[in-house]
Design a protein around this ligand. Structure first.
Ligand code: NAD
Ligand code: DAU
Length: 362
C-alpha cells in the first residue's frame, strides 16, 4: 500500500534506524521526517538514503502551525511518533523539556491528526503509532513481567512524561475514535545510539581507555532488544495492529548492568588483541575491567524491567531475531568503524554535560 508516513524524531537513534528499515522494506513507502535536531538528533544518521522517497523537515512537534501544515501538504496518512526527550538522567537534571516535547508535542500531533483525518475512510485507513517505553510501568522486584495490563507507575520525570503521553493517545481513541496504537518497548541498543546511553557510553569509554561509571551496585536489570528488531515490531504494529491497542515489545533478554559492562570489556579486549591498536587510537594494555568505577546511584533508579511480549508475538507474529551476543558484536563493530560519527559528537556540547556529571571523561 502506498503510504506517506510522518516519522517524528527520525534523526534520532531508533527513528533513523526505522526510516532506514522502512525505505528498504517497501518501494511504496514515502517518509517525511520531522525533527528539531536537538543534541540527540543528527542528520548524518539519515545519510545515503533515497532522497526521492525521503523528505527531511527541521521543525518542532510542539509547533502546531508546522505540524498542521505538514499533515495537509504532505498528505500524511500514517504517523510514527518517536520524537522525545529520551534520557532519564537528563530528565532528573531538567524535566521541563520532557514535559514540553513528550506531553505537549504528542498532544499537538494528536490534534493535527484529529483535524485532518475526519472522513470515515481516513479514520479507517490512517494510523497513528505512538512509540513509548516500558518505564511507564515502574519497577519490578526479582520476579514477574510487565504485561499490557500492568498499571502505570512511572518513577522519573522522563517516564512520567511518557506515561502522560500514552494516556493522551488512549483518550483520543476512546473520545474521538482516532486510529491510534501504542507500543511500550524495553531498552534498545545498536548503531546510531547517542553515547550517553549505557551501551555506547561503555563501548566508547572502553575503546579509549576511559573510566566506566556504573551506577549503584550495578545489579539493576534491563531487558535488551537490538534496534532493528524494535523497528520490525513497530512495522508490524503499523501494518497489522488493532487500533486502540497497546503492544509490549521486548527482547526476552534480561541482563544486569554490570554483566553488560563486563561483556563490553571482554569484547574490546579481544578486539585489541587482533587490531594491534590500528583503529583503536588509545590502546590500553591492562584488561578493560580495571576501568570500571562504581559511582553514586541514579535517584529513583528502577531496579528491574522485564517485558512479557506474548501479545505481539501471538497476534502479529513478531519475534526478536537478533541474539544479544550477535547484537553486541554488530554494535561494537559499528562504533569501531564509525569513529568519525562519535568523535564529532564528543567534540561538542555533549562532553561539557558529561564532564559536569562525572568530572573529566579521561
Ligand atoms: P533519541 O534521543 O535518540 O532521539 C530523539 C529524537 O527526537 C532526536 O532526533 C531529537 O532531535 C528529536 N526531538 C526531540 N525533541 C523534539 C521536538 N520537540 N520536536 C521534534 N523532534 C524532537 O531517542 P531514541 O532513543 O531514538 O528514542 C525514540 C523514542 O523511542 C522515544 O520516544 C523514546 O521514549 C522511545 N523509546 C526508546 C527506547 C530506547 O531504549 N532508546 C526504548 C523504548 C522506547
Ligand atoms: O526501558 C526503555 C528505556 O531505556 C527508554 O525508554 C529510554 O529512552 C532509554 O534511555 C533507556 O532508559 P534507561 O535509563 O534504562 O537507559 P540508560 O542507558 O540510561 O541506562 C541503562 C542502565 O544502566 C540503567 O540501569 C542505568 C545504568 N547506567 C547508565 C549509564 C548511562 C549506568 O550504570 N552507568 C551509566 O553511565
Amino acid at each position: 500500500m502506498k503510504r506517506n508516513i510522518l516519522v517524528t524524531g527520525g534523526a534520532g537513534f531508533i527513528g533513523a534506524n526505522f526510516v532506514r528499515h522502512m525505505l528498504e522494506s517497501s518501494d511504496e513507502t514515502r517518509v517525511v521526517v520531522l525533527d528539531s535536531l536537538t543534541y540527540a538528533g543528527n542528520l548524518e544518521n539519515l545519510s545515503g538514503l533515497d532522497e526521492g522517497r525521503l523528505k527531511f523537515v527541521k521543525g518542532d512537534i510542539t509547533d502546531s502551525a508546522v505540524v498542521d501544515a505538514l499533515f495537509v501538504d504532505e498528505k500524511i496518512d500514517a504517523v510514527v511518533n518517536f520524537a522525545a526527550e529520551s534520557h532519564v538522567d537528563r530528565s532528573i537534571l531538567g524535566p521541563k523539556a520532557f514535559i514540553e516535547t513528550n506531553i505537549m508535542g504528542t498532544f499537538v500531533l494528536l490534534e493535527a491528526a484529529r483535524k485532518t483525518w475526519t472522513s470515515p475512510e481516513a479514520l479507517k485507513s490512517c494510523r497513528f503509532v505512538h512509540v513509548s517505553t516500558d518505564e511507564v510501568y515502574g519497577s519490578l522486584g526479582d520476579t514477574g513481567y510487565f504485561t499490557e495490563e500492568t498499571p502505570f507507575s512511572p518513577n522519573s520525570p522522563y517516564s512520567a512524561s511518557k506515561a502522560s503521553s500514552d494516556h493522551l493517545v488512549r483518550a483520543y481513541f476512546h473520545t474521538y475514535g482516532l486510529p491510534v496504537l501504542t507500543t511500550n518497548c524495553s531498552n534498545n541498543y545498536g548503531p546510531y545510539q547517542f553515547p550517553e546511553k549505557l551501551i555506547p557510553l561503555m563501548v566508547l569509554n572502553a575503546l579509549d581507555g576511559k573510566s566506566l561509571p556504573v551506577y549503584g551496585d550495578g545489579k539493576n536489570v534491563r531487558d535488551w532488544l537490538y534496534v532493528t528488531d524494535h523497528c520490525k515490531a513497530i512495522e508490524a504494529v503499523l501494518d497489522k495492529g488493532r487500533t486502540g491497542e497497546t503492544y509490549n515489545i521486548g527482547g526476552r533478554c534480561e541482563m544486569q548492568n554490570i554483566e553488560i559492562v563486563k561483556l563490553v570489556c571482554k569484547e574490546v579486549d579481544s578486539l585489541i588483541e587482533f587490531d594491534e591498536g590500528l583503529s583503536l587510537r588509545y590502546p590500553y594494555e591492562k584488561p578493560r575491567e580495571t576501568l570500571i568505577k562504581y559511582v553514586t546511584d541514579r535517584p529513583g533508579h528502577d531496579r528491574r524491567y522485564a517485558i512479557d511480549c506474548d501479545k505481539i508475538e501471538r497476534e502479529l507474529g513478531w519475534k526478536p531475531e537478533v541474539t544479544f551476543e550477535e547484537g553486541m558484536k554488530k554494535t561494537i563493530e559499528w562504533y569501531v568503524t564509525e569513529r568519525a560519527w562519535w568523535e564529532k559528537i564528543l567534540s561538542g556540547e555533549y562532553l561539557k554535560y558529561y564532564d559536569a556529571q562525572y568530572g573529566n571523561r579521561g
